[in-house]
Design a protein around this ligand. Structure first.
Ligand code: NAD
Ligand code: PRE
Length: 321
């Protein structure tokens, strides 16, 4: 499918892509860029690259497809570094968890004749580094592509075929909508996890009690998310600031409603919400995670107001409507 693919960053996502490319015989040669010899050696030993380079500029020379797999805060400097070395006709893409900032940071550096199509696989774990990857990470999961208005249709089609060959289902989305959707479905859950684990750990320290030792399953589920890579998530929150703050505002309002329901012993309100959320979970499982992305944000009785794919506004009413 591609003669030479350059992976910039050989952590969880870079290594998983390398393994997936091997599995599907997608690339003639996989070149990987990592700053440390230790990472390059691990990648060669694990067999998901053919050649390791110390710099990104070295790795992209002669590549037909270049995939940035580093934290989103690095993209501007990396794009500036690789720009002069990119081959004419190459496709540059990324896997970053935020899309507006990626377009802002990479877009201006892309030379004429090189095609830029941003992307984001909605698949991952709390692990990081070259040992963390595996070939089936993307199987049956969504990858969202957010081409700009000037994107080359052929490059978009080739990248769609690439992700499909890696096992993913592909959806094209407006980058602004992507950032709003992911703010509520991925970024906020991580923020909540970081916060609750931090609060519990602090409580344990100040009360000198064994809060964490006796932690229940619910708390342990949060600790998995809260173990995710600090650099990656720092960059996500700094680069999806507006959308996360918007969703955090809505979340806080809903949390205060719950607080009031508990204070005023409004069991019906609690029961109604918990029944609804249980149904959401069942629908996701029944759909085998195939719940359309456009369906997020439904809430019983809520006047949920979600920007639609064209940047306009789509109102969603009660779930039963
Ligand atoms: N972890 C997930 O669940 C997940 C899922 C989807 C997308 N993403 C996105 O994928 C990207 C990579 O995340 P990951 O989970 O693979 O992280 P990771 O920490 O496992 O890997 C990132 C790698 O990039 C390297 N790196 C950092 N700066 C670099 C630079 N300037 N030049 C070269 N290498 C550099 C790091 O040393 C590390 O090996 C991020 O943009 C993240 O937002 C992550
Ligand atoms: O499953 C996990 O551990 C993840 O955090 C993966 C997850 C997510 O929130 O679903 C995290 C960040 C991404 O950009 C995409 C996927």
């Amino acid at each position: 499918m591609f003669g030479r693919v350059a992976l910039i960053g050989l952590g969880l996502i870079g290594s998983s892509l390398g393994h997936a490319m091997r599995r599907g015989s997608i690339a003639g040669e996989i070149v990987g860029a990592a700053r440390t010899a230790e990472t390059r050696e691990a990648a060669l030993r694990l067999g998901f690259i053919d050649r390791g380079c110390k710099t990104a500029a070295e790795a992209v020379a002669g590549a037909d497809l270049v995939i940035l797999c580093t934290p989103v805060g690095t993209y501007g400097a990396l794009a500036a570094e690789i720009a002069p070395a990119l081959a004419p006709g190459a496709i540059v893409t990324d896997v970053g968890s935020v899309k507006m900032s990626v377009i802002r940071d990479i877009g201006p550096h892309i030379p004429k004749g090189v095609h830029f199509v941003p992307g984001h696989p909605i698949a991952g774990t709390e692990q990081s580094g070259p040992e963390a990857g595996f070939a089936h990470l993307f199987d049956g999961r969504w990858t969202i592509l957010t081409p700009t208005a000037v994107a080359d249709p052929d490059a978009l089609a080739r990248l769609t075929a690439f992700w499909t060959a890696c096992g993913a289902k592909v959806e094209v989305m407006d980058p602004e909508r992507h950032d709003m959707v992911l703010a509520i479905t991925s970024h906020l859950p991580h923020l909540i996890a970081y916060n609750i684990v931090g609060t519990a750990a602090h409580l344990e320290t100040v009360t000198e009690s064994e809060v964490i030792k006796f932690s229940a399953g619910g708390f342990r589920d949060f600790t998995r998310l809260a173990a995710s890579d600090p650099t990656m998530w720092r960059d996500v929150f700094l680069n999806n600031r507006e959308a996360v703050l918007e969703m955090l505002g809505r979340f806080t309002e809903d949390l205060i409603s719950l607080q009031r329901a508990i204070r005023y012993r409004d069991g019906q309100a609690l029961y109604d919400l918990f029944s609804y959320t249980r149904q959401v979970r069942r629908e996701i499982i029944e759909a085998g995670q195939e719940t359309p992305l456009a369906d997020f944000g439904r809430h019983p009785g809520a006047d949920t107001h979600v920007p639609n794919a064209r940047g306009g506004a789509a109102r969603k009413g009660k779930a039963s409507e």
